[in-house]
Design a protein. Structure first.
Length: 486
């Protein structure tokens, strides 16, 4: 598992650790890790030109000490001090002693040339102490860096992004790599901030020992998923492995049924039962997937099912609405997706005692929250939490960094890192709904089913050759399973 902690928790842990260590030790550790990362990116340090953007706090201090290390190894290092009178004193002394130089407080024109000639820019403007968007001088420098196209390494986090929420107020640095210290911060893992981080490298400064067990956010890794995946035992039969009921698709959207079943068949349940009133859709499902059990009529007479996935491609109308309402009365785990999210009655979801998983994209989440899509996209973490609160359900908010908030607020939000932009293709959500439904039927709890489903779905998309279709993703799910379990 990869864990992320909020700034307040990081600060507390840092204080505890600092009290045990000689003064300045933590910053030296951080700077050593940062310098090593810079050297790796530069390839050859001797003769390289490095520009440090140095703010008024310890984030700038890290940059200065790392710059000193690079200067000792023969790099030409210039620090641009954003507030010269408040720059980290020890760091500045170290840089100068190593042969580096510092400039600051002059008009921006000479900086354009300085930055334009740099091989690497180190962003030490602001770290976890950042409040609000970047100040005007920082914005000016950031613009110069962007225009020059010089690679940027962000210190701890790209300046201007919110470490706790992943929100970006105004402008923020766009880094090719971020070197973060002690632990991940939620903002590094969540969009829109995540789009600014580049590859994130974690430098161990010994903070783990002082961090609490419960993280604020977590991200599954291969080993976690392998541990959670359902595996048939010697005693298993299809019913014990779980039967997932899929109530999706319609005469207008038959493909949604086929895709949801495709995902469900590869999600780990023992059998898939497709429920639908349209004979032509049932026929299309069985033609593509002869292993599907077909059923029609009321949900309660559908036959044995351990979890339901409902909603994709149901369209509109009273029959669709009734179907969703019916599924929600089942005393079983239920996943609601797509049209189902619009058709469902939120109070019926709230009243359920069995687990419910909702899988909205930003637009659907916005409709449920009664606000604009952009607002949800700008505040994804807050939105997913709020929606879980509002509905009492486990909510999976789709997107390039998919988030899963459990109905139980004390559990950390999970973020999925396996996704790819190629997943933004018609029908890929239908496949996901089937796969997560299948994992629910196989017995995973709501948080695990949703986050494992998102993980496999993202990984499958990476295995499929681009430009990929939703069915390619379904077909690649077994490869994702294999790569996780091998
Ligand atoms: N505390 C520790 O033990 C360690 C801290 N480290 C570094 O220290 C950083 C935190 O240092 P600080 O607490 O000094 O805080 P920062 O250096 O992140 O920022 C605080 C300073 O930036 C200014 N500032 C705040 N918001 C700004 C904005 N939007 N635009 C421009 N300037 C702004 C503030 O006036 C303040 O002077 C971490 O991110 C990390 O890089 C590392 O050295 C590891 C050890
Ligand atoms: K920074």
């Amino acid at each position: 598992m990869r864990y992320a902690y909020r700034v307040e928790t990081v600060r507390t842990a840092e204080r505890e650790l600092m009290a045990r260590l000689p003064e300045g030790m933590l910053m030296r550790r951080a700077a050593a890790g940062l310098a090593a990362a810079c050297r790796g990116l530069l390839g050859r340090t001797y003769g390289a030109r490095v520009v440090l953007l140095v703010g008024s706090g310890d984030n700038g201090g890290d940059a200065l000490y790392a710059g000193a290390e690079l200067a000792r190894r023969g790099a030409g290092v210039t620090a641009v001090l954003l507030s010269p009178e408040r720059a980290h004193e020890g760091g500045l002394r170290a840089l100068r002693a190593a042969g580096g130089r510092a400039v600051g407080g002059v008009p921006s024109e000479p900086y354009a040339e300085l930055i334009g000639r740099a091989d690497l820019v180190v962003d030490g403007i602001v770290g976890i102490g950042g409040k609000g968007g970047l100040r005007p001088v920082a914005v000016e420098l950031t613009d110069l860096v962007r225009d020059a196209g010089v690679p940027v390494v962000a210190v701890d986090l790209p300046s201007g992004v919110d470490a706790d929420t992943g929100e970006v107020n105004g402008q923020a640095v766009r880094a090719g790599a971020t070197v973060t210290f002690g632990t991940y911060k939620p903002g590094l893992l969540v969009d829109p901030a995540h789009e600014h981080t580049g590859a994130v490298r974690l430098v161990d400064i010994g903070l783990d020992a002082c961090l609490p067990r419960a993280a604020d956010m977590e991200a599954l890794q291969h080993a976690d998923v392998a541990r959670l995946l359902p595996r048939p035992g010697a005693e298993s039969d299809k019913y014990r492995r779980g039967v997932v009921g899929v109530a999706a698709g319609s005469g207008t959207y038959p493909g949604a049924a086929v895709l949801a079943v495709a995902g469900a068949l590869r999600g780990g349940a023992g059998a898939v039962r497709y429920l639908g009133e349209s004979e032509s859709v049932r026929e299309q499902v069985i033609r593509r997937f002869p292993e599907t059990l077909l059923t029609q009529g009321p949900v309660r007479r559908a036959g044995r099912v351990q979890a339901w996935a409902v909603g994709s491609g149901l369209g509109d109308g009273s029959a669709a609405r009734e179907l969703v309402a019916d599924v929600l009365t089942a005393d079983l785990p239920v996943l609601v997706d797509a049209d189902g999210l619009r058709l469902m009655d939120v109070s019926a979801v709230r009243e359920r005692t069995a687990p419910t998983v909702l899988t909205p994209h930003a637009g659907e989440a916005a409709a449920l929250l009664g606000r604009g899509r952009e607002e949800v996209e700008a505040a994804r973490l807050a939105s997913v939490r709020e929606l879980a609160e509002l509905t009492g359900a486990t909510v999976l908010l789709k997107g390039s960094t998919t988030l899963v908030a459990d109905a139980d607020r004390t559990k950390p939000v999970r973020v999925n890192a396996t996704g790819t932009g190629w997943l933004a293709t018609a029908g890929s959500g239908d496949v996901l709904s089937g796969a997560v439904g299948s994992l629910l039927a196989a017995g995973l709890d709501a948080l695990d089913a949703a986050s494992v489903g998102a993980y496999l779905h993202g990984l499958a998309a990476r295995h499929a050759a681009p430009p990929l279709t939703a069915m390619d993703v379904a077909h690649a799910l077994p490869h994702a399973w294999q790569s996780v379990t091998n």
